[in-house]
Design a protein around this ligand. Structure first.
Ligand code: ADP
Length: 303
């Protein structure tokens, strides 16, 4: 995983750090020099933000909520999680940045690797991890007492002191990346709660972007928004995938088909444990699924 600027402590000690420079590496900088030619070519730089999940079980106390999930989340792509309510999509999402750990009794077995490094390693600080793997929730949740400006830099301020000029630059860059700058640049000192729901959600995305994440997890980010605000978030997801890995839980299959590159379909067994039925390119999942359960769900024949 890539180093974060201004991080006092890296989230893990990484012996090999093969992916450390990730997408900010200038194109070709690790490739061969002209003199070396193609025969001597080094492996292409892999963007940071690849997640590998292996044999994951998630429990709430004695209840097995998610059973035996293994899947790969491609870097710099959008992965959608779909499936019936209660099949464990949100639970699974929260395990990717250890957010389930704030729920008493919740625990996991198995592995989650970010760029090959276990996020459950004892050397990983979960607070730092949640900056590298940010989260956007169903309901926009700007910090209610803070201005738009302060909301964007809230996470950064936790990492130490920053010059005002640096913060100003990060605020503008993050708001531009979140497609919000034009709408708020003249009122950065106004309270974040003064914005519309859709703007608040983009503000929360700007807040996640300000700490330069590799991955953003989105848990039904449009479910509280009107269709126009939803469209803006979907367009934004399309733009962000160039620089960030996105994992989105959505109950809206049209949304999954519009915004995602790959789709994972979850369902649940008789014991109510959620499990992964299949994952594949979104077009394949929606037009030519391998499993009958997926076919039934995407064609609307599910229960
Ligand atoms: P989905 O996102 O697919 O709707 P969830 O991940 O919210 O599903 O829930 C999966 C299962 O875990 C459900 O049976 C739900 O009741 C249970 N669950 C979710 N959150 C908690 C919690 N905090 N404590 C106990 N059980 C929970």
């Amino acid at each position: 995983m890539r180093e974060m600027p201004d991080m006092a402590v890296d989230i893990v000690a990484r012996p090999s750090d093969a992916l450390a420079d990730g997408p900010s590496e200038p194109a070709g900088s690790t490739g061969p020099t002209p003199a070396e030619g193609p025969a001597a070519s080094a492996p292409a730089a892999v963007p940071a933000g690849a997640i590998s999940v292996e044999d994951l079980n998630v429990y709430y106390g004695g209840f097995l909520a998610v059973r035996d999930v293994s899947l790969q989340i491609r870097p710099h792509a959008v992965t959608a999680m779909i499936g019936p309510s209660g099949c464990g999509k949100s639970t699974f999402l929260r395990t990717l940045n250890r957010l389930h750990e704030v729920i008493p009794g919740a625990r996991v077995e198995g592995a989650v690797l970010l760029d090959g490094t276990s996020v459950y390693d004892s050397a990983v600080d979960p607070v730092q991890l949640r900056r590298v793997v940010g989260m956007v929730f169903q309901r926009p949740n700007p910090f209610p007492t803070m201005s738009i400006y302060d909301n964007v830099v809230a996470g950064l301020r936790l990492t130490g002191r920053h010059a005002k000029s640096e913060l100003d630059g990060i605020v503008e860059r993050s708001l531009r990346r979140a497609a919000l700058w034009g709408e708020v640049k003249d009122k950065l000192r106004q309270n974040g709660m003064s914005l519309s729901g859709g703007q608040q959600q983009r503000l929360c995305i700007a807040r996640a972007l300000a700490v330069d994440p590799e991955v953003i997890l989105m848990d039904e980010p449009c479910s509280a928004l009107d269709p126009i605000a939803t469209l803006k978030i979907e367009e934004l997801i399309g733009e962000l995938r160039a620089s960030v890995t996105i994992v989105i839980v959505t109950h809206n299959m049209q949304q999954a088909s519009r915004v995602s590159d790959q789709t994972a379909f979850f369902t649940m067994g008789d014991d109510r444990a959620g499990y992964l039925v299949e994952i594949g390119d979104t077009i394949q999942i929606f037009t030519n699924p391998r499993e009958q359960l997926t076919e039934d769900y995407v064609s609307g024949r599910f229960g």
